[in-house]
Design a protein around this ligand. Structure first.
Ligand code: ADP
Length: 190
């Protein structure tokens, strides 16, 4: 299964395997670090594909408001990307799960979604925040990521599309199983 789609309230929630820099949603989300100066993984890929304008805007943001705390989000233009905006958020580094990691990764998704809505953005793509260099176990991250997005879509109808763009097959598979489980649990019975 390469694509999975469900409808949550007014929006479509999709899981695909692919490269987030190629997405055509209004915004893509960057799993950045607090310096906003770029890095490896998806952050490096977004800055490489988007060009130097994004880094310039990030520098401006840091000089105005300082480093971006974990769980918060800021927005820049998309530079050369097809997406019009990049929302930069910072997920937690995994320290075993008892240092607020679930709340912080939920916050990274929620703050990104809130910022998108406040900018009139209707479609947004997310990577799997924190599950690369930051070491968050994918099963646990997927559960929080999907449940947070689903809860948000139940409350907020301005978004019409949320896409999880999972880079590797293993991550894509885990998100798919997790979404199936959440949906079947939430489905009305009787
Ligand atoms: P973090 O520091 O938050 O863990 P990483 O970028 O190291 O962020 O990893 C987060 C996830 O993003 C990982 O699953 C990684 O494989 C994935 N990733 C890397 N490059 C891309 C890309 N171009 N598009 C989508 N996901 C990507």
């Amino acid at each position: 299964m390469s694509k999975m789609d469900v409808v949550i309230n007014r929006a479509r929630l999709s899981l695909i395997q692919g490269d987030i820099t190629r997405q055509t949603t209004d915004a893509i989300v960057n799993a950045a670090n607090s310096s906003l100066m770029g890095g490896g993984g998806v952050d490096g890929a977004i800055h490489r594909a988007g060009g130097p304008a994004i880094l310039e805007e990030c520098k401006q943001i840091v000089s105005n408001q300082g480093r971006l705390p974990t769980g918060k989000a800021v927005i820049t233009t998309g530079g050369n990307l097809r997406a019009k905006y990049v929302i930069h958020t910072v997920g937690p580094v995994w320290h075993g799960g008892h240092s607020g990691e679930p709340e912080l990764v939920a916050s990274a998704y929620r703050e990104s979604l809130k910022l998108a809505v406040s900018k009139g953005i209707a479609s947004i793509s997310f990577p799997s925040i924190s599950t690369g260099a930051y070491g968050y176990p994918v099963e646990q991250a997927a559960e929080v990521a999907l449940q947070t997005v689903i809860d948000f879509l139940h409350q907020e109808t301005a978004l019409n599309e949320v896409v999880f763009v999972l880079f590797d097959g293993r991550t894509h598979g885990i998100y798919g199983k997790t979404l199936e489980r959440i949906i079947s649990k939430d489905a009305p019975t009787g």
